[in-house]
Design a protein around this ligand. Structure first.
Ligand SMILES: Cc1cc2nc3c(=O)[nH]c(=O)nc-3n(C[C@H](O)[C@H](O)[C@H](O)COP(=O)(O)OP(=O)(O)OC[C@H]3O[C@@H](n4cnc5c(N)ncnc54)[C@H](O)[C@@H]3O)c2cc1C
Length: 480
């Protein structure tokens, strides 16, 4: 019996190797030698930007230059039942891009052309491999703003941000990627191309198909090109950091500033005390603009059109917030360089993450008012675990989104599961979500029922089966 099992395994492996050889031979007719990476050449491919020393186990990586090459690669993989994993900028935090020995990789990194910045329709058309920061810069050159921004902007690719419906720092004003995509081109797992690169905002001609692919984490198709909405660049940016004594003051402060800033509030980022301290003391680079004796710190930004009046208004609102007891301390940024300093506190998280061994990342959604009490409930439970060394909490709280990073002495699956249960269990039936913006990937898959009903999960499986019938594109991500 045992010998038969081993013989079957050997025959499966040799069958798979033969399949790979045929597939690669086919693709050599379409792709140049530098677009197919095998063996040694794969040694330098990473599974995540934070794991630069990790090599992938994948059998091959393909680097297409255009949509028809993506279609040819997917058609061949479909024909040969070959599992294939999509690589963008590899900044996801949910284990999505880790490729196993039976899988191949398709990386969009060579599809990095910005095709057009259209000033009249206020849009940018680009290939999926364009880095988010490059897209922001191209918009800025034409005096427009791509309002999407977050810490990984220098590595994340537009295809990756669309596939994961990224959020970031300015969702409170401009929404998530879902609200910014006007047109999309996608290649389905069987190689069929669906191109709808429209620049229009309104289109009620039936189902909005692009929305299916946004946030689908590459499980329904590969994004190859996109049209993204831009806005006219604001000519003024005011920024401040405030401290609050209680979480309820944070919620009141948000409501107050949102009212008084009349639609110009563009960021409201909360940091718990220990997080703020870690972000503003070595090994982090930024200095602290406020002392460490408050429980909460908020980074606030408003985008407007009149630099002097907007800065004066921000200062007046800070004074009022102090008088009304909504804040216990506050400091405005007095110059562009101070604005950059304040933002660096929230964006440069590497110093803080370096303090967390075996880090576990969380990305929870809850109604804004419930976030403080939720964090207060779970922190003591996490600290009660002897292996947990530190927990940093922070987040885009105006969007009802809180992040945690848990540092611990042990990387075992059993401990990970106990921590996951502490964090996710209270979310059942709460109207919250186990993922506000990072997605499900492979890591959060077992906990998906905490946020979705059986009927919703069944419908997701049905959709997956329709668009990815062989389940060979990004298998095992989101759902089994
Ligand atoms: C320091 C740091 C800060 C972060 N901050 C935020 C934040 O504030 N908000 C936020 O939302 N996220 C944040 N993230 C998470 C991450 O940056 C985002 O999820 C980002 O959108 C992923 O883009 P990527 O190009 O790196 O995609 P990858 O990590 O390469 O891939 C993500 C998923 O999309 C799939 N995919 C990639 N490209 C394509 C494509 N062209 N077509 C179809 N599927 C594709 C992959 O298979 C995978 O399932 C942060 C990450 C880091 C490291």
């Amino acid at each position: 019996m045992f010998a038969r099992k081993i013989a079957k395994k050997i025959s499966d492996i040799s069958g798979h190797m033969a399949n790979i050889e045929v597939l690669i031979k086919e693709l050599r007719k379409v792709l140049a030698p530098d677009q197919i990476l095998l063996g040694e050449a794969l040694q330098n491919r990473y599974d995540h930007i934070w794991s630069m020393d990790v090599s992938t186990l994948a059998a091959a990586a393909f680097l297409p230059r255009n949509t028809s090459e993506v279609a040819a690669i997917l058609a061949a993989c479909y024909h040969h039942d070959q599992p294939i994993v999509v690589h963008g900028g590899l900044t996801n935090l949910v284990g999505s891009t880790v490729a196993g020995a039976q899988e191949m990789i398709i990386s969009l990194e060579k599809m990095n052309a910005i095709e057009e910045v259209d000033e009249s329709s206020r849009s940018i058309t680009l290939q999926a491999g364009v880095i988010l920061e490059a897209a922001q810069e191209a918009a800025a050159e034409k005096d427009m703003l791509l309002p999407l921004s977050f810490g990984a902007k220098g590595s994340a690719q537009m295809g990756g941000v669309i596939a994961s419906n990224a959020g970031g720092m300015r969702v409170v004003r401009f929404g998530m990627v879902r609200q910014m995509v006007l047109g999309l081109e996608v290649v389905l797992p069987n190689g069929q191309i669906i191109s709808s690169l429209k620049k229009i905002i309104k289109d009620n001609s039936g189902y909005d198909l692009k929305q299916l692919f946004i946030g689908s984490e590459g499980t329904l198709g590969i994004v190859t090109r996109a049209v993204i909405k831009l806005i006219e660049a604001p000519s003024s940016r005011s920024c401040a950091i405030l401290a609050c004594a209680h979480y309820v003051d944070v919620v009141r402060l948000l409501k107050y500033l949102d009212q008084k800033l009349a639609g110009t509030l563009s960021a409201f980022e909360l940091m718990w005390q220990n997080t703020y301290q870690a972000l503003t003391s070595p090994p982090s680079n930024p200095r602290p603009p406020l002392t460490y004796d408050h429980p909460f710190y908020v980074l606030v930004e408003a985008l407007g059109a009149d630099p002097e009046a907007d800065r004066a208004r921000m200062i007046l609102l800070l004074e009022n917030a102090l008088e009304l007891g909504l804040a216990s301390d506050a400091v405005p940024a007095q110059s562009e360089s101070e604005i950059r300093w304040f933002w660096s506190i929230r964006e440069e998280v590497e110093g803080m993450t370096s303090l967390c061994c075996n880090a576990q990342q969380f990305d929870i959604s809850l109604p804004v008012a419930e976030i403080g009490p939720y964090v207060e409930t779970i922190l003591p439970k996490l600290h009660a675990l002897t292996e947990v060394e530190r927990v940093f909490s922070f987040g885009h709280v105006a969007d009802g989104n809180v992040h945690f990073i848990v540092g611990k002495t042990d990387d075992s699956d059993a401990l990970k599961h106990r921590i996951n249960e502490i964090v996710y269990e209270p979310l059942q039936g709460s109207g919250g979500s186990i993922s506000a913006e990072h997605g499900i990937g492979r890591d959060k898959k077992p906990y998906l029922p905490y946020a979705r009903t059986e009927i919703e999960l069944a419908l997701m499986r049905q959709l997956r089966k329709t668009l990815n019938p062989k389940n060979n594109l990004n298998p095992g991500r989101i759902l089994d």
